[in-house]
Write a protein that binds this ligand. Structure first.
Ligand SMILES: O=P(O)(O)OC[C@@H](O)[C@@H](O)c1c[nH]c2ccccc12
Length: 260
């Protein structure tokens, strides 16, 4: 079994368990359900830097990145750096994140928040909304077309933006539909962890222009961003490069100052 299949199998069990402990009716009572969401897609379209900065403590590909920071400080740092949005990993087992991280980020910063999760069930979308997310990620490698349709339409009905992530042309072709806002190309193959910016370059012309294009993973220099911009990318998702420092916000600010 590859790592992605393992993550999804674990996630299925986790979601089934949570559903039995915390019913939908309880999630719907969250005060955050009444909050007006903000659009990451619009923020990216109106930005010259397009940085989406991630909170990521560890990952299956790198193990420990940084366990010493407070998510609140990271969120405030990213906000004052002028990022377009923040991505918060909520998977516990493989990434060391939690829904509490999302909640604390929400309480600390007023910027679009993406719930970074392996979403396979509508329940997780309601959870995202109830914990302060503005955007969800859907990963084409773990979903079929019908699932992408149902999940993205659920997200839209809750006022959330949808970022659909692909890694190759086949995933892209099966996924294109109007209920998506942003198309993300993951430069990292989630099955092998191989990283190449060529993935973004090669797929860019196949993404219809009605979607905001986002390049994800393995971006560690301003030059890489400048290289990707001519291919139509308006969003750049950066995790490790910021998180491996002791002040991710400061690092993000330096990046942004070179892009505006
Ligand atoms: O740390 P990086 O290489 O800058 O990557 C960030 C982000 O793209 C990556 O964390 C990611 C992209 N898609 C995912 C799906 C699940 C978990 C994580 C991810």
């Amino acid at each position: 079994m590859n790592i992605l299949d393992k993550i999804v199998a674990d996630k299925r069990k986790e979601v089934d368990l949570k559903k039995s402990l915390i019913p939908v009716s309880q999630l719907e009572k969250s005060v955050l359900m009444e909050r007006n969401t903000v659009s990451l897609a619009s923020a990216l379209q109106n930005s010259t830097s397009g940085i989406i900065a991630e909170h990521k403590r560890r990952s299956p590909s790198k193990s420990v990145i940084n366990q010493d920071l407070n998510v609140q400080d990271v969120a405030k740092g990213y906000e004052s750096a002028g990022v377009c949005g923040m991505s918060v990993l909520t998977d516990g087992k493989y990434f060391g994140g939690s829904l509490d991280d999302l909640l604390l980020a929400r309480a600390s910063a007023n910027i679009p928040l993406l719930r970074k999760e392996f979403i396979i069930d509508e329940y997780q979308i309601l959870e995202a909304r109830a914990h302060g997310a503005d955007v969800i990620l859907l990963i084409a490698a773990i979903l079929n077309r019908t699932e992408i349709k149902v999940l993205s339409e659920t997200a839209k009905s809750l006022g959330l933006d949808v970022l659909l992530e692909v890694h190759n042309e086949e995933e892209l072709q099966k996924s294109i539909m109007p209920s998506l806002d942003m198309l993300g190309v993951n430069n990292r193959n989630l099955k092998t962890f191989e990283v190449s910016l060529e993935t973004s370059k090669n797929l860019s012309e196949k993404i219809p222009n009605d979607f905001v294009k986002v390049s994800e993973s393995g971006i560690s220099t301003v030059e890489a961003i400048k290289e990707l911009q001519p291919y139509g990318y308006q969003g750049f998702l950066i995790g490790e490069n910021f998180m491996k420092t002791n002040d991710p916000g400061k690092h993000a600010k330096e990046f942004i100052s070179q892009l505006v």
